[in-house]
Design a protein around this ligand. Sequence first.
Ligand SMILES: [Zn+2]
Length: 232
Amino acid sequence: MLPQVVELAEQNMLAINPNTRDKKEVMAKCPFCAGESKNDKFYLSLNPHKNVFKCWYCKKFGGAIQFEALLENEEYQTIYRKYFGKGKKKTKHPALKLEPNQLRAIGWQQVKVQDYETFKKKQNEVLRHWKIYEYEEMTKLYAVYLLVGYFDHGDPMRYQQWFIQKTNETVVSDVIKKIKSSESTKWKEKGTEIARKVYKVTRTDDSPENLFVNVLILIELMRKNGSKSATV
Ligand SMILES: [Zn+2]
């Protein structure tokens, strides 16, 4: 709950023009320019409805938090935190957001459970491992996705269902969404290259499982040939 500007004025003993107490604008003496402005004038306008303040003399203005910060001679953030806990949450490192099954896939789950301090210290390394893993998974799935598109003439439903099932098996999240996104990525480039090569060696009556195996074999071959195929 935010502080109220009129209450703040009262708490800080600002002189309030009694004739304006119940008005839309409550006028008070401005503590920020008291020395400069004529002391007998009420330059500070407080709007209880909008919960804002403005001085017509020194032009200071703002909301309740700003008002309290100026009155207390505190940083805005300090007052903000007073009302909104710790303020804007520090964004969590992406590695710390990985799910247990995702960490398991890259061999970090146990470290996280057993030695969280170490895990936290190595969060950049964890993230790098995850990025590589995700890249490889997405490359593979994207290649299969393209191939399923080429070869589904006979039984599109079966191929599509098979593919959806395949995406459910991976610990990478939102696979379909990532694939359908128009964003161009390295794994799309690589996946397309792999799909083209597999296409040439695949018979039109191959099952989706065969397509998948062919993709895996090709990735393995490329890896052995030392091309930077399956790694970032
Ligand atoms: Zn003022």
